[in-house]
Ligand binder design. Structure first.
Ligand code: NAP
Length: 291
């Protein structure tokens, strides 16, 4: 049955592009007060995963579009935890670096949690430290993980009502599903967080007014599970340009849908850049928070 409403296409690419004008102006203002020093987003990439290398390149391009710089610290695949910690320490101490990103996933021998928690809270622009995550969960000011924060910004841009809505998030990773559920709860949605042990996932998805797919499996959520009138957020991206939800036909009966590609992905990068500019502004005008 078709739902009698017009579906909003949540165009992350366009929203991200619009935001770059404002970010460029903020970066220019920072350079003016910092003796023309350019704010830097630093990325540590351990190993040679081709998908990670592509993401790092896209982030570097986005930095340059707003007048910022990016720095890549490429470490060999066999690096130890101590070697990664040492690089993070150097970036923590570098006053030109305002955002630090440790590209996930790192090779198995590296203790990712220890490395994440070594990032200065002031430079944790991807919200990966335990401290930053805790503050975000409590609704305190903090940099949130870039993907769910980007999704919240996209929902806000389009004025999507969240309070009192039944939201179902499928996937509970620390960078995406879990913080997404907390952010939606903080925005007063009633949230169910599903995972691989969820019994009858179909029933959970069917009663959702807001569905977030964050599973990491192409078209894992069939389109017929999605209710008419739902808001559909697909965080997945797989070869062939498909996401974690089968989006076929949803635009004719849902309230809002993120395209894949061009929905969540551009908002993730835009959020990382925006949070690095925030960090640079906070460094220029400290308010007393310490790490
Ligand atoms: P992840 O760490 O692999 O987590 C996947 C989650 O899905 C886990 O919580 C897992 O449950 C759950 N899951 C797996 N099989 C399931 C099943 N049969 N039923 C229900 N839940 C199941 O993945 P991630 O890093 O969060 O990424 C998720 C997706 O988002 C991927 O497609 C990724 O490419 C995409 N992503 C996009 C961006 C972007 O910028 N656009 C950024 C990050 C990620 P358990 O916890 O029980 O194992």
């Amino acid at each position: 049955m078709n739902h009698p409403l017009t579906c909003l296409i949540l165009d992350g690419k366009a929203v991200a592009a619009q935001g770059e004008h404002d970010l460029s102006a903020r970066v220019a203002a920072l350079k003016a007060i910092n003796g023309a020093r350019t704010p830097i987003l630093a990325t540590i990439l351990v190993g040679d995963d081709p998908a990670s290398a592509t993401y790092v390149r896209m982030k570097g391009n986005a930095c340059r579009r707003v007048g910022m710089d990016s720095r890549l610290v490429a470490l060999p695949a066999g690096s130890t935890t101590d070697e990664v910690l040492a690089e993070i320490g150097r970036l923590n101490a570098d006053p030109d670096v305002h955002g630090i990103l440790l590209q996930h996933p790192v090779p198995a021998q590296v203790d990712e949690r220890r490395c994440f928690d070594h990032i200065s809270t002031l430079k944790d622009v991807d919200g990966v430290t335990s401290h930053g995550f805790g503050r975000m969960a409590l609704g305190e000011p903090a940099f949130g993980p870039a993907t769910p924060t980007g999704i919240m910004r996209l929902l806000a841009h389009y004025g999507i009502e969240l309070a009192g809505k039944r939201a179902v998030v499928v996937g509970r990773s620390a960078i995406l599903g879990k913080p997404m559920a907390l952010m939606l709860s903080n925005a007063n949605a009633t949230v169910t967080l599903c995972h691989s042990k969820t019994v009858n996932l179909e029933a959970e998805v069917r009663r959702a007014e807001i569905v977030v797919g964050a599973v990491g499996k192409p078209k894992f959520i069939p389109n017929h599970w999605i209710s008419d009138g739902a808001v559909v957020i697909d965080a997945g991206y797989h070869p062939g340009g498909v996401g974690d939800i089968d989006l076929d036909g949803l635009a004719s009966r849902c309230a809002a849908v993120t395209p894949v590609p061009g929905g969540v992905g551009p908002m993730t990068i835009a959020t990382l850049i925006a949070q690095t500019v925030d960090a640079a502004e906070q460094a220029a005008h400290p308010t007393g928070q310490t790490d």
